[in-house]
Design a protein around this ligand. Structure first.
Ligand code: AMP
Length: 190
């Protein structure tokens, strides 16, 4: 199985590159942000509780997203592999993901981090907010909170995979095709 963690701050291009990877490698895309937005649009209890945190740019509790990922792994037992996008976002989530995959006789193949500067991210997110319909993309204060959450809680997840010798970072600034080519060269090495 090819199990990739696509890593990087909000606005780094994880969603865009995930679409390319799904097409090329036939992987299942698991984006916890998309799953949470799905819960919100269905008006579930989980969605209602998550919305408040998402609207202010805070992370939702680990057990909520771990539970969603666990369900999706169970629902896709025959998958060729997964792209994890926006997950794991804390070291506790990374540990839980290792345990979930291990219980299925699988493991993470590697983490690929998209490196983008904070000022570029803020501009990209505000631009995305003009069309995405996402409240958390439209407000500069919420964007800064999301980047802060990333730096405080998510950035340490890179160290978790570095310790396992599974971390690779690539330049996340450039054309979509250029960045996809860099990702491919990392995957070829697996
Ligand atoms: P995203 O679409 O990945 O930018 O996520 C949007 C929002 O959903 C984040 O700002 C968080 O509030 C929440 N979220 C998504 N994934 C996670 C996660 N793995 N852990 C905690 N919160 C998450």
């Amino acid at each position: 199985m090819l199990n990739l963690v696509l890593f990087g701050p909000p606005g780094a291009g994880k969603g865009t590159q995930s679409q390319n990877l799904i097409e090329k490698f036939g992987l299942i895309h698991l984006s916890t942000g998309d799953l949470l937005r799905g819960e919100i649009s269905q008006g579930t209890k989980l969605g209602i509780e998550a919305k408040k945190l998402m609207d202010e740019g805070s992370l939702v509790p680990d057990e909520v997203v771990i539970g969603m990922i666990s369900n999706k792994l169970d629902a896709n037992k025959d998958a060729r592999g997964f792209i994890f996008d926006g997950f794991p976002r804390t070291v506790a989530q990374a540990e839980a993901l290792d345990n979930l995959l291990e219980s299925k006789g699988s493991a993470i193949s590697g983490m690929i981090a998209l490196e983008v500067t904070d000022s570029e991210l803020e501009q990209r997110l505000l631009k995305r907010g003009e069309t995405s319909g996402r409240a958390d993309d439209a407000n500069p204060e919420v964007i800064r909170k999301r980047i802060k959450e990333y730096n405080d809680k998510t950035a340490p997840v890179a160290g978790f995979y570095k310790k396992q010798d599974k971390f690779k970072s690539i330049n996340g600034i450039g054309s979509i095709d250029e960045i996809f080519a860099s990702i491919n060269s990392v995957i070829e090495a697996y």
